[in-house]
Design a protein around this ligand. Structure first.
Ligand code: ADP
Ligand code: MG
Length: 226
């Protein structure tokens, strides 16, 4: 499903380039639930942004579902993201002036699905994440864990094949973090590939496999959990 060959990425910082990802080789099979660990600045978000076709890379090859992800137009990148990819972020990224249901429905608004239809589906996904009763509540009326559940419902509504989550539990307490991981696991068990960036060992241990980044290189990619 995800195949990276010798991916390199640098940022231009002032006069000199900063080499952030170095010869990254990585294979993630369909249906896997993996975590990416590494200290702050090791390149985790950069890698996830490349995987999510939100950012480009300098050399190497990235194939998603056998399609080479390289030199894509923004329109083609957006189409592939719509078709295949869901995103979950540490800070939830909900729209503050829209209620829970409208937030979940938002990706369908961009796909020009009529309001009634998208709200109906959004309600179904809210129910799926246990928040059916909270549909008309605004984000500021929800706890952190509830906001992340809304964000997960929003990521699911376009029926992605893979979800990329950047520190999805980073803003949550331990109990809530484990609840959110349980939800992500149940989503994974429906066949959706899951890639989770975290710097917490106890969160990584809840995935099938951990990929460890250090200074832009993979130093470990098959530490299996039981
Ligand atoms: P992590 O998510 O593991 O903390 P990042 O991928 O965010 O690491 O960042 C890796 C390195 O790249 C850091 O040194 C960071 O400062 C730098 N970096 C990230 N994004 C940019 C950018 N847009 N421009 C310049 N440098 C960046
Ligand atoms: Mg990061």
């Amino acid at each position: 499903m995800i195949e990276l060959k010798k991916i390199n990425k640098s940022y231009q910082v002032g006069a000199s380039p900063l080499h952030v990802l170095k010869d990254i080789d990585l294979h993630i099979a369909e249906g896997e639930m993996v975590s990416i660990m590494g200290s702050s600045g090791s390149g985790k978000s950069t890698l996830l942004n490349i995987l999510g076709i939100l950012d480009s890379y300098d050399s190497g090859e990235y194939r998603l579902n056998n399609e080479l992800i390289q030199h894509l137009s923004e329109a083609r990148a957006a189409k592939l993201r719509n078709q295949y990819i869901g995103f979950v972020f540490q800070s939830f990224n909900l729209v503050s002036f829209k209620n829970a249901m409208e937030n979940v429905a938002l990706p369908l608004y961009y796909q020009k699905v009529p309001r009634k239809q998208r709200n109906k589906l959004a309600l179904e996904y809210l129910e799926k994440v246990g928040l059916g009763e909270w549909a008309t509540h605004m984000p500021n009326e929800l706890s952190g864990g509830q906001k992340q559940r809304v964000a997960i419902a929003r990521s699911l509504i376009t029926k992605p094949k893979v979800i990329f989550a950047d520190e999805p539990t980073g803003a949550l307490d331990t109990t809530t973090s484990h609840d959110v991981m349980e939800l992500l696991r149940s989503v994974n068990q429906e066949g959706i590939t899951m890639v989770i960036v975290t710097h917490e060992t106890d969160i990584a241990e809840l995935t099938d496999r951990t990929i460890v980044l250090k200074d832009g290189r993979i130093i470990e990619s098959n530490s299996l959990h039981v």
